[in-house]
Design a binder for this molecule. Structure first.
Ligand SMILES: Nc1ncnc2c1ncn2[C@@H]1O[C@H](COP(=O)(O)OP(=O)(O)OP(=O)(O)O)[C@@H](O)[C@H]1O
Length: 307
């Protein structure tokens, strides 16, 4: 069985009468890159802050690497690295000086880790350049380097690619993929833009108004969003047989309720209809389906995205 890295059970945060996070059950296993997706104010930061103990939950529990008891949990937090909001670096220090400062402050032994993480995030050659002169992409990568300095098994990143240009997004994404592949690091990354997490996340959690709407693997999500023609007929088995014989249809699936989905001949709905009718199949409805990820997400949250 896959190892549970981060599990939350009915995790809840209330601010007075307002519920920011409402009974959220997260389930993140070792090696996953979990995209926590939700529009502004959905509760993403609050969830991450409860996991990192920056905010105390008002209900529910957090389990990290199997631990839930407070003392164990705090030991397990040492196995996590987090980047929540832009870390405060000293503007007049270089990348290396800033990390060295935090290394000493956190009591991480050995200077080697600073060079190691700077290399990893491609900031090793920034020399005397001061933090204040860094691009946003460089600043975010330095924040990531700081979170990685103690070799975490779980990395928690709150909107790290927010505001980056397309090139910066690709760079950041590649670093995370390398980290996940080479070191097996489990990653939780939040974003309000689903497409930013495409080609990165292996799993998604969609959150809105403090509620977890759906947790789904990237694979199943891609399947759900696959373009198809969906036919409702009187006899799906017969329809499949007719389509196979008359049109050579192979890529299809039969669903419960006499529904059949074709993943081929997408530009020939009229021919499909005619073939079925000629084959003696009664057609109740025919619909072109298939959403892109963004549409799927908008459908889930029930409307137009704000912010
Ligand atoms: N200290 C606080 N007191 C009162 N309300 C708060 C507090 N912190 C957060 N909230 C509210 O809780 C809700 C969730 O906020 P949160 O920052 O977790 O959302 P988010 O999904 O991270 O959004 P964003 O992308 O805008 O940061 C918001 O409505 C926010 O205003």
């Amino acid at each position: 069985m896959a190892e549970g890295v981060l599990v939350t059970r009915n995790l809840t945060k209330r601010y007075g009468p307002f519920t920011a996070v409402d009974n959220v059950n997260l389930n993140i296993e070792k090696g996953q890159i979990y995209g926590l997706v939700g529009r502004n104010g959905a509760g993403k930061t609050t969830i991450i802050r409860m996991v990192t103990a920056q905010t105390v939950p008002t209900g529910g529990e957090v389990e990290l690497f199997g631990a839930t008891a407070p003392a164990d949990l705090s030991r397990m937090r040492a196995r996590t690295g987090a980047m929540v909001e832009t870390p405060s670096f000293y503007p007049y220090l270089t990348a290396r000086e800033n990390l060295e400062y935090y290394r000493i402050q956190r009591g991480i032994p050995g200077r080697g880790c600073v060079d190691e993480v700077l290399n990893f995030v491609d900031l090793a050659k920034t020399g005397k350049k001061k933090f204040k002169n860094f691009s946003l992409g460089m600043k975010q990568r330095l924040g990531l380097a700081l979170a990685l300095m103690d070799h975490p098994d779980l990395l928690l990143l709150d909107e790290p690619i927010n505001g980056l240009d397309p090139e910066g997004i690709v760079e950041f994404r590649n670093i995370l993929l390398d980290l996940n592949r080479e070191q097996g690091t489990t990653i939780l990354i939040s974003s309000h833009i689903l497409s930013e997490l495409a080609n990165l996340a292996t799993h998604y959690g969609f959150i809105d108004g403090g509620h977890m709407l759906e947790q789904i693997s990237a694979k199943v999500l891609a399947e759900k969003c696959r373009a198809c023609i969906e036919l409702s007929v009187d006899d799906a088995a017969k329809a499949a047989q007719v389509l196979e014989q008359a049109m050579g249809v192979r890529d299809y699936e039969v669903l419960p309720g006499q529904v059949i989905r074709l993943y081929c001949h997408l530009d020939e709905p009229a021919r499909v209809t005619q073939t079925l009718v000629e084959g003696g199949v009664a057609l109740r409805s025919i619909e072109q389906k298939g959403a892109n990820l963004e549409d799927y997400y908008l459908g889930l949250i029930g409307g137009v995205r704000h912010g």
